[in-house]
Design a binder for this molecule. Structure first.
Ligand SMILES: Nc1nc2c(ncn2[C@@H]2O[C@H](COP(=O)(O)OP(=O)(O)OP(=O)(O)O)[C@@H](O)[C@H]2O)c(=O)[nH]1
Ligand SMILES: [Mg+2]
Length: 329
């Protein structure tokens, strides 16, 4: 399942350091020659692909990225130090465009690949450069040039790693809305969701993982009934499924089996995709009812069963912990 993540950033490379004007002052050298050094190069702004990042989430907050200026030249023909480059990590697959022309500047696909997006300015010349036969004591020096400055558009085609599936009304959209900043439509009738909603869920490390809320699947979805068939195809590209079940349904076990049957019928190994079984809307049952349901299910299903209330945000931390474990984060 793909969607586009976008971010706009401004980058500014460091300016070059100025050259200086200086003359040698040494004992026994009555009229020392010009000795002003050149300025250092300004630092570049460089983007680098990093496979630990999955989204452009970080750039929603970090808008201006600049590199260090070069330093002034010194006496005794010392060249000033160069400004440090700023290396900015972006997810693999990030495409970089110039914002005003929309021209693609580069596409960072594999880990470690780099693109200089703003070149640092050149250092100015010190007066030592201007020594000539006709001018033995030049005072001329030049200033460093400005670093490049650009507005860029970053674009990333995202793949959902986690798919939330279940019958209509199970609370899939509610779940993604409490886990991420996605705001899908939620309503108490089936087929509220017609196209997948994607949301980025933050891991404890701060990086994001894309979840997809898939439209409700019904019996026959694998044969093209309802909305699900297309989405089963997309689910194939996720690494982990969250199978959400309405605990308040008249027959949760039957609900579970319907979805399992569709996953099996669809083939392509979907039924053996890692899958977490999650009972939602726990507060619709009292404690006895919930325990009884668990007992019943545990006899028939060897999977661990998670119990949550998406609406009341109960049990979500535990669920996410298992998601990160399953994904190997
Ligand atoms: N009591 C309770 N109701 C919930 C909970 N989660 C969702 N709901 C309600 O269940 C109904 C369906 O929720 P949705 O999130 O739209 O369900 P969905 O699975 O996305 O449904 P479709 O998009 O139609 O497949 C809404 O009325 C929600 O408010 C919960 O934890 N507890
Ligand atoms: Mg929905």
């Amino acid at each position: 399942m793909q969607f586009i993540d976008q971010a706009l950033i401004a980058v500014k490379a460091g300016s070059g350091g100025d050259g200086i004007s200086a003359f040698r002052r040494e004992k026994y050298v009555p009229a020392g020659g010009p000795s002003g050094g050149d300025g250092g190069q300004g630092g570049n702004v460089i983007l680098e692909a990093d496979d630990n990042l999955q989204t452009l989430l970080d750039f929603k907050f970090q808008k201006l990225i600049s590199a260090e200026n070069g330093f002034r030249g010194g006496p005794n023909k010392c060249t000033g130090a160069s400004g440090k480059d700023t290396i900015l990590k972006v997810p693999c697959g990030t495409e970089i465009r110039d914002l005003s022309t929309k021209i693609i500047l580069g596409d960072l696909t594999s880990k470690g690949e780099q693109l200089v997006v703003a070149f640092g300015g050149k250092g100015g010349f010190g007066n030592a450069r201007y020594l000539s036969n006709s001018n033995r004591a030049p005072e001329k020096f030049t200033e460093g040039t400005e670093g490049e400055e650009w507005s860029l558009q970053l674009e990333l085609k995202l793949l959902a790693e986690v798919g939330i599936i279940g019958l209509p009304n199970a609370g899939k959209s509610t779940l993604i809305s409490v886990l991420s900043s996605a705001r899908p439509k939620i309503a108490d009738y089936p087929f509220t969701t017609l196209i997948p909603n994607l949301g980025v869920v933050r891991r404890p490390s701060g990086d994001g993982t894309v979840f997809a809320d898939i439209p409700g699947l019904i019996s026959g979805a694998s044969k093209g009934i309802g909305l699900g068939h297309d989405f089963l195809r997309h689910i194939q590209r996720t690494k982990l499924l969250i199978h959400l079940v309405d605990a308040g349904s008249p027959d949760p076990l039957k609900d579970i089996r319907i979805i399992e049957k569709e996953l099996t019928s669809y083939g392509h190994g979907l039924i053996s995709r890692p899958r977490l079984l999650v009972l939602n809307k726990k507060e619709l049952l009292n404690e006895n009812e919930l325990n009884q349901l668990l007992l019943d299910l545990e006899q028939l299903i060897e999977k661990k069963i998670f119990i949550i209330s998406a609406a009341m945000k109960i049990g979500l931390d535990k669920l996410l912990l298992s998601v990160w474990n399953e994904l190997g984060y």
